[in-house]
Write a protein that binds this ligand. Structure first.
Ligand SMILES: C[S@@+](CC[C@H](N)C(=O)[O-])C[C@H]1O[C@@H](n2cnc3c(N)ncnc32)[C@H](O)[C@@H]1O
Length: 157
């Protein structure tokens, strides 16, 4: 019998940095292993570290990572492209929560790229939750209604 892989990742779509950071209190626990992709200078990574010390911030920009390391020497930061899966896997962690905040990926034009990135993280890293800062994803999620059939029974069948 074929057993299809069905990761149980939940996606939390946020608009703006205030919402993005507000999710930390609800979704991050002290024993979580967290990755922030698109960490810039590590401001959110540091807020996550206040709750879950096992956190890594990554960014495509070596300049941002250099500044993050300078400002927050107690935290781990690495210069990695969000799409470089081998480099993310080489970090050697089983991430339970992933934060994604990539400049240029918030609009509708990049929604498909963002979804494929989330899909890639879902199947390779299998986190419990991915928090994303993306207005277009949040709008899209608002407009999606999962069809539950005529009754709840039908949905469970
Ligand atoms: C809005 S800033 C992140 C702010 C940060 N998350 C915070 O809360 O303070 C967006 C970051 O995404 C990074 N970025 C853009 N494209 C990326 C990619 N393909 N891979 C990794 N980082 C990327 C940029 O270098 C930039 O630092």
């Amino acid at each position: 019998m074929v057993r299809q892989l069905r990761p149980k990742t939940t996606y939390v779509a946020t608009t703006g940095v205030k919402e993005y950071r507000a999710t930390i209190a609800k979704h991050v626990r002290p024993d979580d292993v967290v990755l922030e992709v698109g960490c810039e200078w590590g401001t959110t990574t540091d807020l996550i570290a206040d709750v879950a010390p096992d956190v890594i911030g990554t960014d495509i920009s070596p300049e941002c990572i250099a500044r993050a390391r300078e400002m927050r020497p107690h935290l781990q930061f690495d210069a990695i492209d969000a799409f470089d899966m081998p480099a993310l896997l080489a970090l050697g962690k089983s991430f339970t929560k992933i934060y994604v905040d990539l400049s240029g990926f918030s609009g509708y034009a990049s929604l498909l790229d963002l979804l494929s990135l989330l899909n890639m993280y879902t199947y390779t890293l299998q986190p419990q939750v991915i928090v994303v800062k993306s207005r277009s994803l949040k709008t899209f999620a608002h407009r999606c209604v999962p069809w539950r059939g005529e009754s709840e029974e039908e949905d469970r069948a």
